[in-house]
Design a protein around this ligand. Structure first.
Ligand code: SAH
Length: 344
């Protein structure tokens, strides 16, 4: 089956013409899509056109399967896709708005040792419309509409999957969600997180999209990084830093490095010093995340005190650094944990 949410306005116009319909129907269909509606519930669309659509397209690509609410107000969503696959996302509410964390693949094949998303490997890529639909259904769930009445203000591509391993669909999603015909979320409010697929970081820099690039570094040298992230066998830390510099030069956007603190593994004084010298010399920010322990893995998190000590070492080198508060750790907050529970 095909997915109508994959379509841009232009593509919907071509589709309408091929159906023998008038072009303006495309905008009406897109207005319905933007409200997170399934084809059956489209308004202003004739029964016969809906039937034509339903003969070829999924009524809706995904629906909310489960919602877990954390003590801190964070909500974790599991979605059921049209083919029965389960994916997940997290909604974080702040004073300035709502940030939705979206998945880009069903599972992941990157194999990072600390991450639950990768435990069952990669099932398949998500299409642009399937990534978009996560935003649409949660915006709708929150009572949001489009434009000023939109509830989702920020998006992070930090759910299950490696965005740069599903490059074309992710780029298409970024165009769809930021389009004035769509939800119109500014790319400046979207963060794309990658484990460091270097050639695609260069490609992304040339897309003229202005998204915030977030790189999951987690270790300041190749030897250590290889023990926790298989991708380190392919691309070196220096290649990643060069790609990050290029991203800054092309987009003018400061690059964020994510560093999950794993006790006794990557939180030594030497690691802090090495990390500081890596990220110096161009505008960067380091986000320290105390490891969210995953029960299938025996890696241990750090105390808040140890996280602060590590941050202080970086600050001494004038590195811009924050410690990300661990959110939703009472509701399977780490990537892939809720999905794994449901698919078991
Ligand atoms: N594949 C992308 C997006 C993954 S999730 C990437 O690698 O960046 C977003 C962030 O959460 C990444 O930095 C990832 O390394 C981190 N992460 C995954 N599992 C974690 C865990 N158990 N504890 C802390 N951070 C984790």
């Amino acid at each position: 089956m095909k997915i109508i949410q994959d379509f841009s306005l232009q593509e919907l116009q071509d589709l309408m013409l091929s159906f023998g319909e008038q072009k303006f129907r495309a905008k009406q269909i897109l207005d319905n899509i933007n409200l997170g509606k399934k084809i059956t519930d489209f308004s202003n669309i004739s029964k016969s056109l809906k039937e034509k659509l339903l003969a070829e397209y999924e009524d809706i690509p995904l629906k909310i399967h489960t919602i877990q609410e954390s003590k801190d107000g964070t909500k974790k969503f599991a979605y059921e896709l049209w083919d029965g696959n389960i994916i997940e996302g997290v909604l974080m509410s702040y004073k300035y708005g709502n940030t939705l964390c979206v998945s880009t693949q069903v599972g992941c094949r990157m194999g990072c040792k600390f991450c639950a998303s990768t435990l069952n490997g990669l099932a398949r890529n998500l299409s642009a419309g399937e990534i978009l639909s996560q935003v649409l259904v949660v915006n709708n769930y929150l009572g949001g509409k489009v434009g000023k009445n939109r509830e989702i203000t920020n998006i992070v591509l930090m759910g299950s999957g490696e965005p740069l391993d599903n490059y074309d669909n992710v780029i298409k999603f970024l165009h769809l969600v930021s389009s004035p015909d769509g939800l119109n979320v500014s790319p400046r409010n979207i963060s794309l997180s990658t484990c460091g697929i270097v050639p695609n970081i260069y490609r992304l820099a040339d897309e003229k999209l202005q998204v915030i690039l977030t790189i999951s570094l987690h270790a300041p040298n190749d030897e250590l990084r290889k023990t926790i992230m298989p991708i380190a066998n392919k691309y070196s830390v220096n290649q990643i830093v060069d790609a990050a510099k290029n991203y800054f030069n092309k987009t003018g956007r400061r690059v964020v490095f994510e560093y999950a603190l794993i006790d006794g593994v990557n939180n030594t004084v030497e690691c802090a010093n090495e990390l500081a010298s890596l990220v110096k010399g161009f505008p960067t920010h380091v986000n320290l995340i105390p490891l969210n322990e995953v029960k299938e893995r025996d890696l241990k998190t750090v105390t808040h005190k140890k996280a602060e000590q590590f941050a202080d070492l970086l600050k001494k080198h004038k590195v811009s650094v924050t410690i990300r508060r661990t959110i939703a750790d009472d509701i399977d907050g780490a990537c892939g944990q809720l999905r794994n529970k449901i698919i078991k």
